[in-house]
Design a protein around this ligand. Structure first.
Ligand SMILES: Cc1ncc(COP(=O)(O)O)c(C=O)c1O
Length: 388
């Protein structure tokens, strides 16, 4: 056999290709144990004591995700994307200054607004797509973390990862990237200099809308990484082994699903671009998107499966169109095999900065023609009488 490293696509398809040493099973086995036998001398044969800290099924999914993100990184699974994200913030110290993308997943923004203050963090929201703004916001010696989401929910703004990492590192600031939307299929943030990568594994990584999980990956096994791991163990933020097993199963088809969703999203965005019922189509794959050139540089083989549309007639028009979809399901979340559409401001509540006229679309793997026809029909039926 030729001695060359396997590509991430092959590693994913074969779930690392590890055969169970006990049974010879090819499909990864699941280990549901919560505890491990101690030897008479008090030691543990494999170093594992209790599943809140270590579990072989979780470790297998962690090794697989680490192989996909690359760079020899370390990985820890969490019970949800929020558990993963908050573990990073909670591993900082009171008084630390953190810079966070102004446009980002609402749950992280809400948590920061509600809890970061009591944790003693000094959180500043900034436009990470503008390098000058980031440079001006960094406080040398006080800023400890720059948190970036790209493409960012739900406007799909793009941050230049290599450029912000360079700026941040010059001031000794760690960079964490929420890579949920791009996935390692399109962007591997460690290659651009990121120190930490965070995922809601409930989205594309699992991909079937039936697992809640998250992950933090670190370029280095340094003391900050140990704090994150220790937070997970002590706070009990580990996923159950069954979720970890389902997650590795989902990741085996990650490349197929993400490539298909990205291709269809581009076809939909191109089709809807300049549609008379729409004020805008927000998708980084469109040449007129402000972040298109950067996205083309840092996203490999596609621009992701997420886009948003803004209705010409405002919020009422958006809700009228939403009522008319059939193939698309009206639901929150993203990154699954079925296509979803959501009035994002309605989901986030009155304090949401998202425009009322915006519908967020998560493209699945259905026949592209069915999805385009469904949106066309919904726009047609829902636009009667609009714009007003
Ligand atoms: C970009 C992003 N990050 C983090 C999260 C939080 O993940 P979870 O729902 O798994 O807690 C989400 C959830 O929608 C998300 O879209």
């Amino acid at each position: 056999m030729e001695d060359r490293p396997m590509s991430p696509e092959t590693l994913a398809a074969q779930a690392l290709g590890e055969v169970d040493p006990v049974t010879g099973a090819l499909a990864p086995v699941i280990n549901l144990t919560t505890n491990y036998e101690q030897r008479p001398d008090g030691s543990y044969p494999q170093g594992r004591v209790y599943t809140r800290a270590d579990n072989p099924t979780s470790e297998h999914a962690e090794r697989l995700l680490a192989a996909l993100e690359g760079g020899g990184c370390a990985c820890a699974l969490f019970g949800s994307g929020m558990a993963a994200a908050t573990a990073v913030f909670q591993s900082l110290l009171p008084g630390d200054h953190v810079l966070v993308s102004r446009v980002l997943y609402w749950g992280v923004r809400k948590w920061l607004a509600e809890f970061a203050l009591s944790w003693g963090l000094d959180v500043e929201f900034t436009d990470t797509s503008d390098l000058g703004t980031v440079a001006a916001a960094i406080r040398p010696g006080r800023t400890r973390l720059l948190w970036v989401e790209t493409p960012a929910n739900p406007m799909w703004e793009i941050t230049d990862l290599a450029a912000v990492c360079e700026l941040a590192h010059a001031a000794g600031v760690r960079v964490a990237v929420d890579n949920t939307v791009a996935t390692p299929v399109h962007t591997r943030p460690f290659e651009h200099g990121a120190d930490l990568v965070v995922h809601s594994a409930s989205k594309y990584l699992n991909g079937h809308g039936d697992v809640l999980a998250g992950a933090v990956l670190s370029a280095r096994r340094d003391p900050f990484w140990e704090r994150i791991r220790s937070w997970r163990r002590n706070a009990g933020a580990m996923p159950g082994p069954f979720e970890a097993w389902l997650l590795q199963r989902g990741m085996r088809t990650l490349f197929l699903r993400v490539h298909r969703a990205s291709q269809t999203a581009l076809a939909i965005a191109t089709h809807l671009h300049q549609h008379p019922a729409l004020a805008a189509v927000l998708y980084p794959g469109l040449p007129d998107h402000p972040g298109h050139a950067i996205a083309a540089r840092q996203m490999d083989g596609g621009f992701g499966g997420m886009l948003s549309i803004r209705l010409a007639g405002g919020g009422g028009h958006a809700r009228a169109v939403l009522r008319e979809v059939g193939v698309f399901k009206r639901a929150t979340s993203l990154g699954g095999v079925e296509s979803l559409v959501e009035h994002r401001r309605g989901s986030e509540g009155p304090s949401s900065p998202v425009p009322d006229d915006l519908l967020r679309i998560s493209v699945g793997i259905e026949a592209p023609a069915d999805l385009i026809a469904d949106l066309e029909a919904a726009l047609w039926k829902g636009s009667k009488g609009w714009p007003r």
